[in-house]
Design a protein around this ligand. Sequence first.
Ligand code: 13P
Ligand code: SF4
Length: 311
Amino acid sequence: MGNDAGLIEKINRLRKEKNAVILAHFYQIPEIQDIADFVGDSLDLSRKSAATDADVIVFAGVHFMAETAKILSPKKKVLIPDPNAGCSLADSCPADAFREFRAKYPDHVVVSYVNTSAEIKAMTDITCTSSNALQVIQSIPEDQKIIFAPDKNLGNFLNSITGRDMVLWDGACHVHEKFSLEKILTLKKEYPHAKLIAHPECEKPVLLAADYIGSTSALLRFVESDQGNEYIVATESGILHQMRKRNPRKTFIPAPPIDSTCGCSECIFMKMHTLQKIYDSLNEEKFEILLDPEIIERARKPIERMLEISS
Ligand code: 13P
Ligand code: SF4
């Protein structure tokens, strides 16, 4: 803690000197969430990136989120503290394979979840996040065919609630597809009053058993307004920090994955950032997100359409 206090002081000094802002996703370690200028889900973070007047954005999140910040604020210096903070879901949709897939459905509109590379966004008509996916889909005429990429679980969930038949890319997230329904049901016996709340990237059996399904910020809002006291949370366990902070009297239990000795589910990529790496990133202005201006131009349109639809 003593060390952290020294580091935090140095981070605060540097962010002031450089007119920098630290944006952190809800899945970051608690120490980073607590020093961030803003903590949010992927949609809120993209809105903040577009609106900030800082010169430097230090993005404590995964690579596609930092890329989105760069696309929306191309003149700003966008830094990611650990350049290896990727995303298994974004990686499940490589650009060349997706180009071939899209070519098979020339009359389809492409909706892609923001969890994609800038190249995929450049092939997309409208992006969405888990917060606004339903709104985005509903903004498209009923008779217009749609390709939805890359998360098949979110795509199936959207198909089931809208009655549409979107063509789905076969991608998934290594955290959300690993929750064990069997272990969740055992936990439910231990906590009979606990409600199961789940992110729509979870697999169908978990979603069918859930009392509430929502994006990270929707889950957060739900536990704040709901009358219950105990929740089993089926999403990345970083969100529990905000849930506990905002609801100190309630109990939050991470949903167990199929194989883990720690009993919790962590995104290895989100957890790559540390306070030390945030300091190094600010101090040495590394690791900068650099994108081809043409890709920025093409990728910006679908993100801006999403922001307009969900404004
Ligand atoms: P949110 O859009 O809810 O922030 O989720 C992003 C993500 O990476 C989920 O795994
Ligand atoms: Fe990607 Fe899954 Fe990590 Fe979210 S939790 S950033 S979808 S790997």
